[in-house]
Design a protein around this ligand. Structure first.
Ligand code: FMN
Length: 207
């Protein structure tokens, strides 16, 4: 038993963003989905972006010291989220999935609500994540529409996972992500984590 009800934490309102960066050696664009993004000061204007320590985007941001944010709209496709949020840039050219352009070397989505480019001025290692404190270089509105929230994303996933399933479905009890990998769920390593909310295998239930 625990005093922490994760549902309470899911009521912290968060948006969804594509974090962009690039490989130092080749300039190849990389990126991932992040919800852990917030403005943390006004003067100087800074935001904090919390990225998992072991993902490829983090490796690149650490090397090049800059990142971009594309603010995702409510009608963002599941395909885009799946590409940026469940694959690794180390072996995937994720930016091919959607029209993008570059500001310097930083990739930005053409179809999004707003774009922001940042210089990482500090890094705080908090264990499994690194918080990049970023100075805002440029921020521009692209189109005025409703942003996609993390809560909305979870709600849509929950709907999807309530469809009549075919055979066994392993579903994360924290974020409702449904495992759909090639390796049978039972054979995943013990330290495998939900790609969506990072909780361990023990949080999955067979439905
Ligand atoms: C809805 C959603 C929210 C996510 N939020 C974060 C986040 O805030 N920080 C983070 O590091 N990863 C987050 N992720 C996971 C990364 O996007 C994912 O691990 C990605 O595959 C990393 O790609 P990379 O190896 O190319 O960097 C999120 C994924 C999803 C689907």
């Amino acid at each position: 038993m625990t005093d922490i009800d994760e549902n309470a934490l899911f009521n912290i309102t968060l948006g969804l963003y594509v974090v962009g960066s690039y490989e130092k050696k080749t300039g190849r664009e990389v990126g991932c989905i992040a919800d852990a993004v917030m403005q943390v000061s006004a003067n100087p204007m800074r935001i904090a972006v919390s990225l998992e320590s072991n993902i490829y985007t983090t490796k690149c941001v650490k090397e090049v010291g800059e990142l971009s944010l594309s603010v995702l709209p409510k009608n963002t496709s599941a395909e885009l989220i799946s590409e940026f949020g469940f694959k690794s840039s180390e072996n995937t050219d994720k930016w091919n999935i959607a029209p993008f352009y570059k500001d310097g070397k930083l990739p930005l989505l053409k179809d999004c609500i707003a774009v922001i480019t940042c210089k990482a001025v500090d890094e705080i290692d908090i264990g499994d994540h690194i918080i990049f404190v970023c100075e805002i270089k440029k921020a521009k509105m692209v189109k005025g529409c409703e942003p996609l929230t993390y809560a909305e994303y979870r709600k849509s996933m929950r709907k999807a996972s309530s469809k009549e399933g075919l055979g066994k479905r392993w579903v994360c009890t924290v974020c409702c992500y449904e495992y759909d990998g090639d390796i049978p769920f039972e054979e995943l390593p013990d330290d495998w984590k939900c790609p969506c909310c990072q909780m361990g295998k023990e949080y999955f239930q067979l439905q």
